[in-house]
Design a protein around this ligand. Structure first.
Ligand SMILES: NC(=O)C1=CN([C@@H]2O[C@H](COP(=O)(O)OP(=O)(O)OC[C@H]3O[C@@H](n4cnc5c(N)ncnc54)[C@H](OP(=O)(O)O)[C@@H]3O)[C@@H](O)[C@H]2O)C=CC1
Ligand SMILES: O=C(CO)COP(=O)(O)O
Length: 340
């Protein structure tokens, strides 16, 4: 059934998810905070800063007017960076209250809020009262906008406490190149998605330093062990970490040149400083903030996360990457079954 969907955030992922929804026959309004970007999307049907060599459907309507975007929307899809999700939710709530509508809230972002360490579904639940929404669903998994744009095969997960809402999102998005599974482990899905970005920075750094495939496989495996440990301590189902939003997303983000986190790590490994890497990227590198959140959470729960700590030392304590790798290699011998 055709739905009216408001997509909030017109970066690479928001704009391409909007394209998938249009392809599936839905009516889509794409909200951006930039009048120039809206003009480009509506007039030239391009979004050149975020996605190159791609033409959007003329059916895609972009607007800087949040109220216009969400009026009569059945679904509101948040795809803004983690650090502005609360801000945009705060803007949305009075509009929904005024309109008297109750859309399904979905988010496709990957990170934890700095300071509060909250997952984004928690942030959205706090900011959008239950009388203004019919549910909250997380859309997550191994998916790069550049590949979905060319309708390459991509599989992701729709997670919600309420399976009916996850199934609704599955139905809305699913087509012959974009396949959606459902999941009810919201904690595991959001934590896997957030933490894999930290490990991807490490994988990029190894590449930038010239390390080989053995080192990268080791980082991914031990990285998965430690991010699962942290997620499980917060109630995640261990099985979720071997699913699409866990190991699936870890693999794609640690191996793809499309990944901004991987590319940031690669440049750090080549000796660039973080400020320059961020400025040159011009798009969100979620793993940087999430590394800080995970580092603090691990300390709070007394959980060993040596790789996250090493990456934290590089990002926040100006430590040398090679030195941090050497320290990891000098850790005392362990059994693989040790949970640390
Ligand atoms: N790109 C991808 O392939 C995937 C991304 N994701 C996740 O999706 C989320 C968004 O990523 P992505 O689209 O890639 O990021 P981008 O950096 O490409 O785009 C983010 C967009 O959000 C805009 N924005 C920032 N602040 C606001 C605001 N207050 N109101 C409205 N818009 C705002 C940015 O504008 P400006 O540039 O002006 O700040 C930018 O247009 C991230 O959490 C990411 O991890 C998940 C899966 C795949
Ligand atoms: O989440 C993603 C792939 O699944 C996108 O990763 P980046 O944010 O590193 O580009």
């Amino acid at each position: 059934m055709t739905k009216k969907i408001a997509v909030l955030g017109a970066g690479s992922w928001g704009s391409i998810l909007a394209s998938v929804l249009i392809e599936n026959g839905h009516q889509v309004a794409l909200y951006s905070n930039s009048p120039e970007q809206v003009a480009e999307l509506n007039n030239k049907h391009t979004n050149s800063h975020y996605i190159q060599d791609y033409t959007y459907s003329p059916k895609l309507y972009a607007t800087v007017d949040l109220k216009e975007a969400v009026t009569d929307a059945d679904v509101v899809l948040f795809v803004v960076p983690t650090n502005v999700t609360r801000i945009v939710a705060k803007q949305l709530t009075p509009i929904l209250a005024e309109l008297g509508t109750k859309p399904l809230i979905v988010h496709a972002s990957k990170g934890l809020e700095l300071g509060s360490h909250k997952r984004l579904s928690e942030v959205l639940a706090e900011e959008i009262p239950s009388e203004n929404r019919s549910g909250i669903v997380v859309l997550s998994g191994p998916s790069h906008a550049e590949e979905v744009a060319r309708q390459d095969i991509t599989l992701v997960t729709a997670a919600s406490d309420d399976l009916a809402n996850a199934t609704l999102v599955q139905d809305i998005f699913m087509n012959d190149y974009f396949r959606i599974y459902t999941n009810t482990d919201v904690v595991g899905v959001e934590m896997g998605a957030a933490f894999k970005n930290i490990i991807a920075i490490g994988a990029g750094a190894l590449h930038g330093l010239g390390y080989g495939d053995d080192a990268k496989a080791a980082l991914m495996t031990r990285g998965l062990a430690e991010i699962s440990r942290l997620g499980i301590a917060f109630g995640a189902d261990p099985l979720t970490f071997i699913g699409l939003s866990g190991v699936g997303d870890l693999i794609v983000t640690c191996t793809s040149v499309h990944s901004r986190n991987w590319r940031a790590g690669n440049q750090l490994g080549q000796g660039k400083d973080l400020a320059t890497v961020k400025e040159e990227m011009g798009m969100v590198i979620e793993g940087v903030n999430t590394c800080q959140a995970a580092y603090e959470l691990a300390a709070q729960k007394n959980i060993e996360m040596p790789i996250t700590e090493a990456i934290y030392n590089v990002l926040y304590r100006d430590q040398d990457v090679k030195n941090e790798i050497a320290k990891l290699m000098q850790r005392e011998g362990r059994s693989e079954s040790d949970n640390k």
